[in-house]
Design a binder for this molecule. Structure first.
Ligand code: C2E
Ligand code: MG
Ligand code: MG
Ligand code: MG
Length: 287
């Protein structure tokens, strides 16, 4: 078969491979430059209590403001940033910037109880995450309770002593910890006993299919019950409509995040939204 395909087939294959490699190298160099030139920005997506509608926090989500391509979503560059190790310096910038922004909101009188930052596994393998977090908090003047770190199951499942040690140190600082995309990782729940986390984030793939009943509903119900019996909080991500929010609330899920409530937005836009909410609440309070 290989003979039939002939030399041309191989040349085509080689060309494709080379193209892929050079595209990745270009992306890698682009990411390095983006960091130097300050082209990364953070958008923030509000998270709400499903019980009383109050704002419980915001998640920081990185974007690359590319000079030619416009806003590049994280899925287009985070994988290469992780592969190349550049996620370590980029992640450090994200951590510092999110803490700085959270402290600035407080100074401006805007009530953002907590900012959640996503961490990659690479940030745990290399470098000293706990030291970075402590440094970012004190540089910003943000109390540790104002920061939440979103870990993935893959970080915890690696289960090395150093990971456990780091997670315990972070928790010891008073930083909140959640497990992102919960339910999509390998199904070892044993690590939940060892890692002192606060909250499970129910993955949006289950949330989106909740209305269909069936498997998704069973999984979401099970996660909520598991969290409750371990004394952990729950937040559903990817809540896109009112019916889903109501279903989640009825199942006992405590918090929600998704387009139904608000999309991720630049900090200036979030400030306008929060100021409006705070004015409305103040107007309702008896004076
Ligand atoms: P994630 O942490 O699970 O973030 C949730 C993603 O779902 C975000 O996409 C958000 O915009 C999107 N989303 C929120 N609500 C809805 C909804 O109702 N419907 C739908 N269809 N989507 C919704 P985004 O911002 O594109 O981020 C994608 C992923 O990129 C994140 O998933 C996270 O894994 C990664 N990422 C984003 N920012 C960072 C970061 O600062 N550091 C690291 N390490 N990873 C990040
Ligand atoms: Mg997340
Ligand atoms: Mg998630
Ligand atoms: Mg997700």
């Amino acid at each position: 078969r290989a003979k039939e395909a002939g030399g041309a087939g191989w040349r085509f294959y080689d060309a494709t491979m080379n193209e892929e490699v050079s595209e990745r190298l270009a992306l890698r160099n682009g990411l390095r430059q983006a960091l130097e030139r300050g082209e990364f920005v953070l958008h923030y997506q509000p998270q709400f209590s499903l019980e009383d509608g109050t704002l419980v926090g915001v998640e920081a989500l990185v974007r690359w403001r590319h000079p030619e391509q416009g806003m590049v979503p994280p899925m287009r560059f985070i994988p290469e940033a992780e592969e190349s190790g550049l996620i370590v310096p980029i992640g450090l910038w994200i951590l510092r910037e999110a803490c700085r922004q959270a402290a600035a909101w407080r100074t401006a009188g805007l009530e953002v109880p907590r900012v959640a930052v996503n961490l990659s596994a690479k940030q745990f393998q290399r470098g000293d995450v706990a030291a970075d977090v402590l440094e970012a908090l004190s540089a910003a003047g943000l109390p540790p309770t104002g920061l939440e770190l979103e870990l993935t199951e893959s970080i915890l499942l690696r289960g090395a002593d150093t990971v456990l040690d780091t997670v315990r140190r972070l928790r010891g600082l008073g930083v909140h910890l959640s497990i992102d995309d919960f339910g999509t990782g390998y199904s070892s729940l044993a690590y939940l006993q060892h890692f002192p986390v606060d909250k499970l984030k129910i993955d949006q793939s289950f949330v989106r299919r909740l209305g269909e009943g069936g498997d998704a509903q069973v999984i979401v119900t099970t996660i909520i019950q598991l969290a409750r019996s371990l004394g952990l909080g729950t937040i559903a991500e990817g809540v896109e409509d009112a019916a889903t929010a109501e279903r989640l609330s009825a199942l006992g899920c405590l918090q929600g995040q998704g387009f139904h409530f608000a999309r991720p937005m630049p900090p200036a836009e979030l400030a306008v939204l929060l100021a409006g909410r705070q004015r409305a609440e103040a107007a309702l309070r008896p004076s």
